[in-house]
Ligand binder design. Structure first.
Ligand SMILES: Nc1ncnc2c1ncn2[C@@H]1O[C@H](COP(=O)(O)OP(=O)(O)O)[C@@H](O)[C@H]1O
Ligand SMILES: [Mg+2]
Length: 523
């Protein structure tokens, strides 16, 4: 309830829409408030000092006059006979502006000077004053323009006769000083408010200038000139930090724009080449009125290309979805060993056709929590590469193992090693980039090695989405080895393979029973 009111109140307060306006507004409000406060404080201090002075003087005067008063037949009598006139305080002059009241509040001595100041006796007030024991030491009486300050001194006569002596002084000088002060302040305040608003506005402009500059500079940066940067002032302050952050962002943008352009160029190139080939072959067959057998060959060759294109587009789609974060792995308990054995079995015929020896070294089950579909894709890509880039007579070894890490932890490791053409050192850092192929001309022509450089990026992505990584080491003409590190399934990792947890893959029982290393040899 309270909050709602507060919010409403906040909304009702006018606020300028620009930051500069807001800064100026805040500055002016704060400055004016401070000024009001200072003026108020000054006013009260001034008052206090003035009254303190007056009261002090009255006190001295009362003390002095009291010395010359004695009682005659119970009545106070003033006798200044002994007082010298050279004194700075002349008791006679002082006594002139005093009155003495008896117990009933009736003056036994009144003063024409007091009356001349405009002071008039108000018996009611005096009576109530006398009723107070002791009466207040100082009182202020009268209307504002003829105010007087009194010191009230009790005179004690014999037989408990009490008289009240009041010495007064005009407050006009004090009141005049107060009025003057207030007037000056009143005149000064609007002027200072206006000045502080102007000053605040200038200050705000100065403070915001770098921001304005930055805005102009940023506005000038568009997709076509991303190489431009915001200027920094070299002060290493917040604004420089902002500019640097902004520049870093533009750099990243520039990088991704460049990547996008390169990607588009790559995709169009990869699409154009086979499409042109297909177009050429088809046109030739049509123009030459090729016989049915030749047409058939062209169609078959085209179909192959179409399949290849299809594969590429599927891969591109996977990577695009991965980039968009739409591909969450569907994790399930599985055995990496079994998966790899299956795939090696599957690739055996391909390897055999190329006269490459493909072996799988699998031992105990390696339990994982992984997306088996993605993992299958990853392993297939690696074996496919090994087969593709290993000349006839070569050997490929696929191994799955559980490797010990530091602090008693362990991980799953997949190794695909071949004795193929290898990868040059200068290509190694890039083979996981999209569309990167170490040697296009050679790999494409060499025994129909097809591909478009999307296999390894997918391998890397799959490994990473499973919390793992992939490494490669290779020497040209000696072979390459790819190692994928994957975290083991947390539950199974602890219980070891001999004690299977209930949710473990039922197929694991079969592999565990078989045990040992199984080999899939390819002649
Ligand atoms: N086992 C390997 N032996 C030699 N070179 C390889 C091997 N695996 C990958 N490469 C190199 O890395 C490049 C990228 O591989 P990949 O992304 O799978 O694309 P693709 O297989 O379509 O060519 C390949 O073009 C090849 O040059
Ligand atoms: Mg590949």
């Amino acid at each position: 309830m309270k909050w709602r009111h507060l919010r409403l109140a906040r909304r009702l307060i006018w606020r300028p829409s620009s930051t500069r306006g807001q800064l100026t507004f805040q500055y002016t409000v704060v400055f004016s408030l401070l000024l009001f406060l200072a003026a108020g404080l000054l006013y009260f201090t001034l008052n206090w000092i003035l009254f303190w002075n007056v009261d002090n003087e009255l006190q001295n005067e009362a003390a002095l006059v009291k010395q010359y008063i004695h009682f005659d037949q119970g009545k106070p009598v003033f006798d200044a006979g002994a007082a010298s006139e050279s004194q700075s305080y002349d008791p006679r002059t002082i006594f002139n502006v005093s009155e003495i009241l008896n117990n009933e509040g009736i003056p036994v001595k009144s003063s024409p000077e007091l009356t001349a100041f405009g002071y008039s006796v108000e018996p009611g007030v005096l009576k109530s004053l006398l009723a107070m024991k002791p009466p207040p030491a100082f009182t202020t009486e009268g209307r504002r323009d003829e105010q007087m300050r009194f010191i009230n001194t009790v005179l004690r006569g014999p037989a408990d006769h009490r008289y009240l002596m009041r010495i007064g002084t005009r407050l006009k000088p004090i009141n005049d000083a107060q009025d003057t002060f207030l007037w000056v302040m009143l005149m000064l305040l609007p002027v200072t408010v206006v000045f502080s608003a102007i000053f605040g506005s200038v200050m705000a402009k100065r403070t915001l200038k770098p921001v304005t500059d930055m805005t102009h500079a940023a506005r000038a940066i568009s997709a076509s000139n991303l190489s431009r940067r915001l200027p920094t002032r070299g002060r290493r302050d917040e604004l420089d930090e902002l500019a640097e952050t902004f520049n870093a962002m533009i750099a990243r943008l520039q990088q991704s724009f460049a990547k996008m352009n390169e990607f588009a160029a790559n995709v169009s190139h990869e699409l154009r080449t086979p499409l042109q080939a297909m177009q050429g072959e088809t046109e030739l067959a049509l123009i030459a009125r090729a016989p049915l057998g030749e047409c058939r060959r062209v169609l078959e060759s085209n179909l192959e290309e179409i399949e290849r294109l299809n594969r590429m587009i599927r891969n591109l789609l996977v990577l695009a979805q991965a980039d968009a974060g739409e591909m969450r792995p569907r994790l399930e308990a599985m055995d990496l060993n079994e998966l790899v054995r299956d795939l090696v079995e599957q690739m055996r015929a391909v390897a055999q056709a190329r006269n490459v020896d493909l072996r799988a070294e699998t031992s105990n089950p390696v339990p994982l929590r992984a997306d088996s579909l993605r993992l299958r894709q990853m392993v297939l890509n690696l074996i496919d590469n090994a087969v593709k880039y290993t000349p006839p007579g070569g050997r490929i070894e696929v191994r799955v193992e559980r490797a010990a890490l530091a602090h008693g932890r362990s991980e799953a490791r997949l190794l695909v090693r071949d004795t193929g053409i290898g990868i040059a050192a200068e290509d190694l850092p890039f083979i996981f980039d999209r569309f990167y192929r170490a040697d296009k001309s050679r790999t494409r022509s060499a025994a129909g090695v097809e591909g478009c450089g999307l296999g390894l990026p997918i391998v890397k992505w799959v490994a990473e989405t499973h919390g793992g990584s992939v490494e490669v080491s290779s020497h040209p003409n000696q072979g390459s080895s790819f190692v994928v590190h994957l975290p083991l399934a947390p539950v199974l990792a602890k219980t070891k393979t001999t004690q299977r947890s209930p949710e473990a893959d039922p197929r694991e029982a079969g592999t565990a029973a078989k045990g040992g290393a199984s080999r899939v040899g390819v002649a």
